[in-house]
Design a protein around this ligand. Structure first.
Ligand code: ADP
Ligand code: MG
Length: 351
């Protein structure tokens, strides 16, 4: 076999949504309330928004979608590492030590990212970007030959990693790097965008909706069935993609799932995940197949799910119980998958 490699990358946000939508609507009664669905593309993935019409006067659907698309374009222009002149890319190009003025959206996300860095003990770290790229999961494509990077390259980038090298000035919304770190918000920006769209819908007068971008979901009010939204945690193996493992029901909350079964590559039978452990510089490698987090906001759920994937089941569940977080994990064992969840998650399970 030697250097032979197997490539397998999955981008299945669409499938996930179809599945979510299926669950949400298969049980529809004739009593179902009127609703509409908006679909589009953003952040290298797709969005799906279900809005229930509630009687009162509402914005025109086309105008609503235009406003949503504008908001998403704005957020991408602020936070994407895939856009060369995005605010974040400019911040990455700024000199070490220079204070840079940023938009309030970007500042908010940076602040939340640092907070999550601290509470996760460094498991969530927005300076892993260069490592993500080195492993072929970033803006620079991996190329046809999947290879594991050289240990020396990993060590070198690791010495330029650490969210503590970012300073924020709360008084004037300025940011600076205190060493040559590069920022990557891919683990939180989709969630943040979901929250902003959810705010926009509320401003437009809607109070019952589901917003989903690339698998990050936020729910508000009752579904068209006049009951809580039903979402499924899917089976964590790519062969049975899209089949339900556990149904949960949610009214006002956000949900995020991180798993090693969606975006990864394999070399000589070993799987390399797109989630990088900031302490080692290597993709996380443990028995956790998927982590689902339910939280008040989508940004928080998104980042926390990534943090939990880095921490692993034991540390993650311990943190969840200490802080009252709603976390559901699917763990690989010799006897197959085993599910464990925190006390706070129990309230959402459909038994
Ligand atoms: P998932 O659904 O698995 O959480 P996301 O797209 O939300 O996937 O986040 C994964 C992305 O986050 C990676 O592609 C990478 O850019 C970034 N990332 C990887 N490891 C970390 C980490 N330890 N902390 C913060 N961001 C990370
Ligand atoms: Mg995430």
């Amino acid at each position: 076999m030697g250097m032979r490699t197997i490539i397998r990358i999955k981008r299945a946000a669409k499938l996930l949504f179809l599945f979510v939508a299926l669950l949400a609507f298969t049980a529809c009664s004739p009593q179902q309330d009127g609703h509409f669905v908006l679909v589009g593309q953003t952040m290298g993935t797709s969005y799906h928004i279900t809005v229930v019409k509630d009687g009162s006067t509402h914005a025109d659907q086309k105008i609503l979608q235009q406003a949503i698309d504008q908001q998403l374009i704005l957020i991408s222009q602020q936070m994407s590492t895939y856009i060369d002149d995005s605010e974040l890319s400019l911040l990455n190009k700024a000199l070490v030590g220079d204070w840079v003025s940023v938009s309030s959206n970007l500042f908010d996300v940076l602040l939340l990212s640092l907070e999550l860095g601290w509470i996760s003990g460094g498991a969530f770290d927005i300076t892993v970007g260069p490592l993500v790229n080195l492993w072929g999961f970033g803006p620079e494509p991996r190329g046809p030959d999947n290879t594991v990077p050289a240990a020396s390259d990993i060590q070198y980038l690791l010495s330029n990693t650490g969210f503590t090298h970012i300073e924020l000035n709360l008084e004037n919304s300025r940011v600076r790097k205190t060493s040559a770190v590069a920022l990557d918000l891919s683990g939180i920006a989709k969630g943040y965008a979901v929250d902003k769209i959810s705010d926009l819908l509320l401003y437009a007068g809607y109070e019952r909706f589901m917003v989903e971008i690339g698998g990050e979901i936020r729910l508000r009010g009752n579904s068209p069935r006049r009951a809580p939204w039903r979402i499924a945690i899917e089976q964590p193996d790519s062969s049975s993609f899209g089949s339900a493992r556990q149904a949960i029901s949610i009214v006002d909350a956000a949900l995020a799932t991180s798993g090693d079964y969606r975006n990864y590559f394999e070399v000589a039978g070993k799987r390399y995940s797109h989630t990088i452990d900031p302490l080692t510089g290597y993709p996380v490698d443990h028995s956790l197949a998927s982590v689902t987090v339910i939280a008040e906001t989508s940004a928080y759920a998104d980042a926390l799910a990534t943090a939990m994937s880095v921490m692993g089941s034991e540390k993650g569940l311990q943190m969840a119980s200490e802080q009252g977080l709603a976390v559901y994990m699917i763990i690989k064992t010799e006897e197959g998958f085993v599910d464990k969840y925190s006390e706070a998650f129990g309230a959402y399970l459909e038994l």
